[in-house]
Design a protein. Structure first.
Lengths: 444, 485
């Protein structure tokens, strides 16, 4: 990976070749490796080293961006000059802002050298133990174990320097039986927190519990959503919490900010500094990220704002902007939803009839304003009766308004860091929800 | 590029790989977009690097780098072999590949107008004309338009002795009008949703699309949707326009025929397939009039799945997938073809870029045209709904239970297209749905659509796929399913 010192040298060269009024450069460097297994064998095993230089200029009220992964003198010159040439070819944007000056950032420590240096052999040894766990119960394991590191530095010609380094690791596993499956996943900056064997055990138990699934008629049911099932639904709200989305009337909260739209027990904030969160303490323009209380007692109280959006609507930037230029504006990407004290086991005990949902799959937005989502259950959908898990059921399709759903939450667990496949990681609770709408079922 | 690839293969073989292939890939992209009268994004990027795939001790390893010095390339090739040895710690059997011949060739996709030679100001002027036409219609609250150009140059070299140089240019363009009113957000897109139309050709695609000429109609429809009736709930005959049918093919035929899914390789993420091996040649997938091919050959047209050789160096082919309604073939790789004792890969392995391994990806999975004229098909329908332009799509992890929504619908009564319907949706079971197809329109309505955003694999790879289709009718389909009662 490129060091910070090397990144500074590259930025000096960019400035040498760029004659624009203002120049911004981001230098991102990644070292990443992933071991993938299926059918109880490693079938894909990859590693990559890559770095990208991205230069943005502001010239006469215009902006443009050019990127490359080549760092020789000629490539840097071409990128710097190219960005300026590209900017000059477009009409001016009266809303375009000057670049941000130097900022101070609160430190976050999310780099673990053992995770950055994890070897293919070490990952393979862990995978071998997970496969052995699968074979113990005549199951078939599939999954991934990845690890890596990223360094990111944002410079601009007004003196801003923002640097962040972070490691990342992920373990996910699907355990397949003859007629059922179970799944578990965890991500962390520190690979030691993954606890791959514990995840394998959890997925195996789900597969065994949901054997020979029965048909359940579609309809409205009480559901207990494990944290990952909730997070993959909540992911469909993050772009609606954008100030620009509301201003442009493409958010489901258009005309509804300040209204009591969700349940009294729903509180959602964005907090990059939460100990279970990941990410840099600054946004795509280098604005320090702030904690923002977005939903309080069911009312959308605050939105997030990039610099340009904030100026447009008379708000303060919150440090949630994406790199400029972009169409989207901003979004909260470090969601923390408050929970309560009820464990999943207790929720099950207090459920006369209902479903335990491990995760959802292929969630898509059906209606952008009512926020109706559709998708399927997957990898462990279990019928609860008289306070006990009784048997698995065949997977079901839901069509459910997310807004209505967040008005029907009856119980919550303490929040935990969860990682799904349809959204980025969040800190969210498991929830018990009444009248969740399932519309059809599948054969599997 | 050839020297880089040669160094890598040589190093892998010196390190006792039993097979190695290398792709050196150079991707240039230009993306231009406008929003409500202004340039929204003007950006370019270039990415050049090398990926080495190796088999050692009977297992796969892959390593990639964008540092193309000799030392880095040697280090990367050695790392691929080292990773393969680590994979061997958890192997059940040695990797076997279906045989393939050595090939030395160069192929360049036809491109009449190099999109990178068209001045950016010309492109932005066109997008801003579209934007102005959209916003001229009262009630349009957001107008967005884009153009997206990619040039992909790739040199493939393998230890079989193959040396294949391919160059492709891809172009995409489209726009969307959004209208917010009351308690609804409605959208209309042209020529397709989620980015527009994409093909393997040059700027001539933009000129063919008549972007400006359709803008007023699209904007007016977006606004009119607020005033029209909701799509009813129940069982109806439906007619799908070719773009929606293209996505239906993608989700309910294209993905389930990927043999890596069938064999479990994607079980943890993208899922598996209901098309288990015993169904090949026996499953009545669709009605007798349905014929589907996976055709990557240039003769099929300029689809996003058109090329000359896949990323394992296998020549492109036209593979029958559904023949007269019967399930006839899978998309395969050299490894999966060998696993089911087929003599050759169907040539469907593709990687997103230099830093990703090839996976089985759809090529151009297309429904062959029928004989109906669209106006005759509408005239032949007593009580149906014509649905246009995808709005949402979802299917289970075996590709069996699906649900789609479209941007707009039209009721058909007694052979006539009548009132506009908003929020149309339909759902069903894959084989039941395809067996209900009783009419397919002819070649004059057949369009080869590009799906630029198909995701698969871990780490996730995005790939462009092609889907040719003409409008078709399906009998007794559940409609209005997306809106809970």
């Amino acid at each position: 990976m490129l060091t910070r010192q090397r990144a500074e040298q590259i930025f000096e060269k960019v400035l040498k070749y760029c004659t624009a009024e203002e120049t911004e450069a981001t230098i991102a460097s990644t070292s990443y490796a992933l071991t993938r297994f299926a059918n109880n064998t490693i079938h894909q095993n990859v590693a990559e080293e890559t770095s990208v230089l991205s230069v943005r200029v502001v010239a006469d009220g215009r902006t443009a961006r050019v990127s490359t992964n080549k760092f020789d003198e000629e490539s840097i010159r071409q990128v710097a000059e190219g960005a300026l040439a590209l900017a000059r070819l477009q009409p001016p944007d009266p809303d375009l802002l000057s670049m941000l000056g130097p900022q101070t950032y609160r430190a976050v420590d999310r780099f673990h050298s053992e995770t950055a240096g994890r070897s293919a052999r070490a990952r393979a040894e862990t995978v071998s133990r997970v496969i052995a766990r699968a074979e113990k119960d005549h199951l078939t394991a599939a999954g991934v174990f990845s690890s890596g590191a990223t360094a990111f530095t944002l410079f601009n010609s007004r003196g801003l320097v923002a640097h962040h380094e972070e490691t990342h690791s992920e373990f996910s596993v699907t355990m397949l039986g003859e007629s059922s499956s179970g799944w578990a996943k965890r991500t962390s900056p520190n690979w030691l927190e993954l606890e791959a064997l514990e995840l394998a055990d959890r997925a195996a138990r789900k597969a065994l519990e949901s054997r020979e699934p029965r048909v359940l008629a579609p309809g409205k049911y009480t559901v207990i959503l494990e944290p990952v099932a909730l997070l993959d639904l909540l992911g469909f709200l993050v772009l609606d919490f954008s100030g620009l989305a509301v201003h442009e009337q493409r958010s489901c909260f258009t005309g509804r900010v300040g209204e009591k739209l969700l349940g009294e027990n729903i509180n959602i904030r964005d907090d990059v500094f939460h100990p279970l969160q990941m990410g840099a303490p600054f946004d795509g323009e280098g604005v320090p990220r702030q904690r923002v209380l977005i939903v309080e007692k069911g009312v959308v109280q605050n939105l997030v704002y990039a610099r340009q959006t904030a100026k447009k609507v008379g708000a303060q930037p919150t440090g949630h902007g994406f790199p400029v230029p972009n169409e989207v504006g901003e979004a909260p990407v470090n969601i923390v939803m408050e929970g309560d004290r009820t464990s999943v086991e207790e929720m099950i005990r207090r459920t006369p009839q209902g479903l335990l949902v491990t995760r959802f799959w292929y969630i898509r937005e059906v209606d952008p304003y009512q926020k109706i989502l559709t998708g399927m259950t997957r990898d462990g959908t279990l019928w609860i009766e008289n306070g006990q898990v009784r048997h698995g059921v065949k997977n079901l399709r839901f069509n459910q308004s997310l807004i209505e759903m967040l008005g029907q939450v009856e119980m919550m667990s303490p929040p935990q860091r969860a990682a799904g496949e349809e959204s980025f990681e969040m800190v969210v609770p498991a929830v018990k929800i009444r009248e969740f709408n399932f519309s059809s079922l599948t054969e599997y | 590029m050839k020297d880089f690839a040669r160094w890598a293969v040589d190093t892998a073989l010196v390190r006792r790989a039993t097979y190695a292939d290398v792709r050196v890939v150079d991707i240039r992209e230009r993306y231009l977009s406008t929003k409500n009268g202004r340039a929204a994004q003007v950006r370019e990027s270039q990415s050049l690097g090398l990926g080495v795939r190796a088999i050692a001790e009977g297992a796969w390893g892959f390593a990639a780098t964008d540092d193309l010095t000799r030392a880095s390339i040697d280090r990367t090739a050695a790392r691929a072999v080292e990773i393969a040895r680590a994979s061997a710690l958890a192997k059940k059997h040695n990797v076997q590949l279906a045989p393939e011949a050595k090939i030395v060739d160069r192929w360049e996709a036809p491109c009449q107008i190099d999109p990178f030679s068209v001045p950016i100001s010309v492109c932005l002027d066109l997008l801003l004309k579209v934007d102005a036409a959209l916003r001229q219609v009262q009630g349009v609250t957001l107008a967005e338009a884009l153009m997206d150009f990619r040039r992909i140059e790739q040199f493939f070299l393998s230890s079989l002795g193959s040396e294949i140089h391919q160059v492709k240019t891809q172009t995409g363009a489209g726009y969307v009008a959004t209208s917010f009113a009351g308690n609804e957000i409605q959208r209309r897109s042209y020529p397709n949703s989620f980015g527009g139309q994409y093909q393997t050709k040059g700027y001539e695609l933009v000129e063919e699309l008549d972007l400006v000429g359709n803008a007023s109609r699209i904007a007016e429809e977006a606004v009119a949707l607020h005033r029209c009736d909701q799509c009813p709930t129940g069982v109806r005959d439906i007619l799908l326009d070719s773009s929606q049918l293209g996505l239906q093919i993608h989700e309910s035929i294209g993905h389930p025929i990927e043999l890596d899914r069938v064999l479990g390789a994607e079980a943890n993420f993208a899922g598996m397939s209901f098309l288990t091996l015993e169904k090949l040649g026996t499953l009545k997938y669709a009605s007798d009039i349905v014929n589907v091919v996976a055709d990557a050959t240039p003769a099929h047209g300029p689809g996003l799945g058109t090329f000359a050789y896949d990323d394992e160096g296998v020549p492109t082919q036209c593979t029958p997938i559904i023949k007269d309604g019967l399930f006839a073939g899978y998309l395969t790789s050299r490894e999966t073809a060998a696993a089911i004792r087929q003599t050759r890969s169907t040539g469907a392995m593709r990687a997103e870029s230099w830093n990703r391994i090839p996976l089985i990806r759809m090529t151009n999975v297309s429904l062959l045209p029928g004989t109906w004229k669209l106006e005759d098909l509408i005239a032949d329908t007593d009580d149906g709904i014509y649905m246009e332009t995808n709005r949402s799509w979802s299917i289970d992890d075996r590709r069996y239970n699906f649900q789609f929504g479209t941007e707009i619908g039209w009721e058909i009564r007694d052979g006539k297209k009548t009132r506009m319907l908003k929020n149309p949706s339909y759902g069903g079971i894959t084989t039941e749905f395809w067996n209900s197809c009783d009419a397919i329109c002819g070649p004059e309505n057949w369009v080869l659509w590009g799906t630029p955003n198909c995701g698969k694999g871990q780490p996730m790879q995005t790939m462009g796929t092609g889907h040719g289709a003409s409008p078709a009718r399906f009998r007794k389909v559940q409609v209005g399913v997306a809106y809970p009662g």
